[in-house]
Design a protein around this ligand. Structure first.
Ligand code: AMP
Length: 452
């Protein structure tokens, strides 16, 4: 199967080639013909399946006919990161076309957005709050919208945007094409889809099940030993880009700082950071300046970084849905990835929920040569201490099912090599210009069993 079957315009075909896509992903195969034909669509697809291009490519194709100074396509997304990512996909795939696209979201100044709208744009990728704001200011005219896309509708609902979305919908032309994407279908989302879609075609890729390319494992550990386990895991595992999830903004920030102190090229991504610091963190992770991104759920929505080799749930997520979304960050577009989840005894109910929904028992792994019986550090900042008498396996398993593999690219780098560390309390930054040899020597000294 190739993209040729869709007979895209040569300018769009060129965008596909320069993005490096050789064959359509399953959701692209299923969805593109419907969108090209102008049908409404209900897409049940998790992130990492190629769903963005599944709607962006046919939208670009259909936009080649006709023009307007007012927006013709409105894409609603729950977070600014996702909005930016969709916009980047549009600009990459539509590079050879003259189709214009812009983002609208809060946390940054309104004026450049208003100026962009005045200059004219074909596509607006927006988060609901700021869009409503600009609609109230009469800075945006949505009367020419031909296509509406709701992306990650379930997440929009989780984040409380449903009333805003409904208000926006009430201002759009009823004669339009609507594309509705969600990873899950809770009742309120099903209801919304039923109300706004007209005779939709449905495509369904991997309903809430995580990408098959991801292998999962649980790492039971007392909560006060998680930091040590993380360091030991990083030292013993061949990792590429690593995404670490924490429960709170504070934990994301302090864990990133700890990793930097240990010599890793790590950066935090959490909701207290200004938008430009968040973008720097994502861009630095994408470009390889950082090997480890320590993020909270909300901040990480929509991060599109291919080749995330490991997702490490330092704290287990609160819902099965969040688990699916987190691990959707690895194993993207058919690449392989590992998802490790640190679990303490108090996490067992959540583990059972995840296993029940996924329909599988997750493997429990213990790290070789890790002292599970070590005293919990007194100054541990862990918020949920293990319950007395629990939280530590009665004996360490004789065999590790996670034998050390080759070297890690997320290696520690010397912590005091003149790098600017912890530039602000929001984002912590380490220098990437470390001499590789010094780094490897130091890494070997610290990890004598590693083959680095
Ligand atoms: P998404 O599910 O839209 O977040 O996409 C996940 C990743 O897959 C993104 O990094 C895309 O650039 C990539 N991708 C999308 N379509 C293809 C394709 N046909 N071939 C290879 N990679 C793709």
């Amino acid at each position: 199967m190739s993209f040729e079957q869709f007979s895209f315009d040569a300018r769009i075909a060129s965008g596909i080639r320069s993005a490096g896509y050789t064959a359509p992903t399953p959701i692209q195969l299923d969805a593109i013909p419907y969108v090209l034909a102008g049908r409404d669509l209900l897409g049940l697809a998790q992130t990492g399946t190629g769903k963005t291009a599944a709607f962006v490519l046919p939208i670009l194709q259909n936009l080649l006919n006709g023009s307007s100074r007012q927006p013709r396509v409105l894409i609603l997304a729950p977070t600014r990161e996702l909005a930016e990512q969709i916009n980047t996909t549009i600009q990459d795939l539509g590079k050879q076309t003259r189709i214009r696209s812009m983002t609208i979201y809060g946390g940054v100044g309104k004026s450049p957005q208003i100026a962009g709208l005045r200059r004219g744009t074909d596509i607006v990728v927006a988060c609901p709050g700021r869009l409503l704001d600009l609609m109230g200011d009469r800075a945006v005219d949505l009367s020419r919208i031909e296509v509406l896309v709701l992306d990650e509708a379930d997440r929009m609902c989780d984040m409380g945007f449903l009333p805003d979305v409904r208000r926006i919908l009430s201002q759009l032309p009823t004669q339009r094409q609507t594309l509705f994407f969600s990873a899950t279908m809770p009742e309120d989302i099903r209801k919304l889809a039923g109300e706004i879609l007209k005779k939709p075609a449905s495509v369904q890729i991997g309903l809430i099940a995580p990408a098959k390319t991801v292998s999962h494992a649980l790492y039971p550990v007392a909560s006060g030993l998680k930091k040590r386990l993380l360091l030991a895991t990083l030292a013993q595992t061949a990792t590429g880009r690593v995404l670490v999830f924490t429960r709170t903004k504070h934990r994301a920030r302090s864990l990133a700082e700890d990793l930097i102190r240990e010599g890793y090229r790590a950066v935090a991504l959490q909701g207290n950071m200004a938008q430009n610091r968040r973008q720097q963190a994502i861009d630095g992770f994408r470009s390889g300046q950082y090997d480890i991104l320590v993020a909270t759920d909300i901040a990480s929505r929509g991060i599109d970084v291919t080749e995330v080799s490991h997702v490490i749930n330092y704290d287990i997520p609160d819902t099965v849905d969040a688990y699916t979304h987190r691990i959707g960050r690895t194993g993207r577009a058919e690449q392989e990835g590992d998802a490790f989840t640190f679990v303490s005894p108090e996490d067992e109910p959540m583990v059972r929920d995840i296993e029940r929904v996924l329909g599988m028992v997750l493997e429990r792994r213990y790290l070789e040569n890790f002292n599970y019986g070590a005293p919990i550090p007194a100054a541990s900042e862990e918020r949920r201490p293990p319950r007395p008498g629990r939280g530590q396996p009665s004996r360490r398993p004789a065999q590790s099912s996670n034998a050390p593999r080759k070297s890690s690219t997320a290696k520690p780098v010397p912590a005091h090599n003149g790098s600017k560390q912890a530039e602000t309390s929001n984002a912590t930054v380490s220098d990437s210009s470390t001499d590789d040899k010094v780094r490897r020597r130091r890494f070997r000294r610290r990890n004598p069993r590693s083959q680095a």
